[in-house]
Design a protein around this ligand. Sequence first.
Ligand code: HEM
Ligand SMILES: *[C@@H]1O[C@H](CO)[C@@H](O)[C@H](O)[C@H]1NC(C)=O
Ligand SMILES: *[C@@H]1O[C@H](CO)[C@@H](O)[C@H](O)[C@H]1NC(C)=O
Ligand SMILES: *[C@@H]1O[C@H](CO)[C@@H](O)[C@H](O)[C@H]1NC(C)=O
Ligand SMILES: *[C@@H]1O[C@H](CO)[C@@H](O)[C@H](O)[C@H]1NC(C)=O
Length: 341
Amino acid sequence: MQQRQLMKLLALSAVAVVVLSAGTAVSTCDKLKVGHYRQSCRNAESVVRDTVKYYFSRDQTVTAPLLRLHFHDCFVRGCDGSVLLNATAASGPAEKDAMPNQSLDGFYVIDAAKAALEKECPGVVSCADILALVARDAVSMAAGNISGPSLWQVPTGRLDGRVSSAAGAREAVANLPSSFADFAALKLNFAKKGLNVKDLAILSGAHAIGNSHCVSFAKRLYNFTGKGDADPTLDVHGYAALLRAACPPQFDSATTVEMVPGSSTTFDTDYYKLVASHRGLFHSDQALLQDGEAAAIVAAMASTTKQDFFRRFAVSMVRMGNVGVLTGTAGEIRKNCAMVN
Ligand code: HEM
Ligand SMILES: *[C@@H]1O[C@H](CO)[C@@H](O)[C@H](O)[C@H]1NC(C)=O
Ligand SMILES: *[C@@H]1O[C@H](CO)[C@@H](O)[C@H](O)[C@H]1NC(C)=O
Ligand SMILES: *[C@@H]1O[C@H](CO)[C@@H](O)[C@H](O)[C@H]1NC(C)=O
Ligand SMILES: *[C@@H]1O[C@H](CO)[C@@H](O)[C@H](O)[C@H]1NC(C)=O
């Protein structure tokens, strides 16, 4: 073979490798586009926004569960609305039934948005897109932008999965990262979705809002390695005492604590300030300091402006929202988000 041909072949196969590896989880963005519903359902995004705003105005704690729903959806089977499916007699426990002590919430907001959209333009807007739009609106409102503008534009056009929740709970446990994970496990977990260390460190900033049940971190306080010890990465002074007071050794399984003490409904950079000072709530939060690149991002976000963090969060949210999306003939537009058509 002539050298030029060989070079061409090598160049082509290099392109093929790049395309293939990009295609595994984060699909190239051309499947989705901003304004996908502009023709088919002109008011889709404002209907969603008004729904979130209605619930937000009654209870500001609604935002965190709504953001978490989109994350859980995307990490199990891709962003295909599978997190919304109810268990059926045939399918057994669904994604939403996994880890009952760390229950997901906010389904009623998704259902209300879907009901309003079905009135506006029946059978057009997917539940997977509603999750992505609602998450964006929830974060924007928690960041103080209650009547707009939004913090980012959401590419839409996702279809809902037709696979009913067979083994959904088991898949959720297998795909979602553990709050006791070390950095290597977190990195691997995100890499399997096509997300990098930057995405991991920036998306972890979602823990600026919300609450957690004791079960998700209590081991850090009392019995971290099974020897009656505490997690050495936890600030042993004020913060550990505060958490022990909230979650005594025989804690009540319904008790929750704020992710960010005193500021769990405001989306900002406080999370990074806490992690930088060993007051991240989960071992997985604190594990970001185990890696040079992630630790540098934590330090940078702890001292940057909110606007700078928001911009980066927007980029990673769009990347997360691309994980395993279904388009074309691969899915459907569910009529009811809790069951396949
Ligand atoms: C990096 C790996 C992650 C781990 C190990 C993790 C783990 C957890 C755990 C254990 C809880 C508390 C559940 C409970 O006990 O009630 C939680 C809450 C939450 N997570 Fe994560 N998470 C991760 C990443 C993310 C990402 C990427 C997002 C969104 C982009 C997110 C958004 C949230 C939110 C908003 C809450 C609060 C929910 C509420 O208040 O109801 N998390 N997470
Ligand atoms: C609203 O969003 C913009 C970005 O689109 C941001 O620059 C601005 O600070 C936000 N407003 C508030 C009150 O946070
Ligand atoms: C601590 O963990 C070990 C190993 O899992 C277990 O055998 C022991 O009973 C635990 N101790 C307490 C006080 O829970
Ligand atoms: C988890 O939830 C179950 C009920 O769903 C409860 O029986 C159990 O005590 C809880 N475990 C913890 C550690 O909170
Ligand atoms: C799904 O389950 C929830 C909670 O059990 C229930 O309120 C809702 O009616 C169910 N939806 C469907 C379509 O079965």
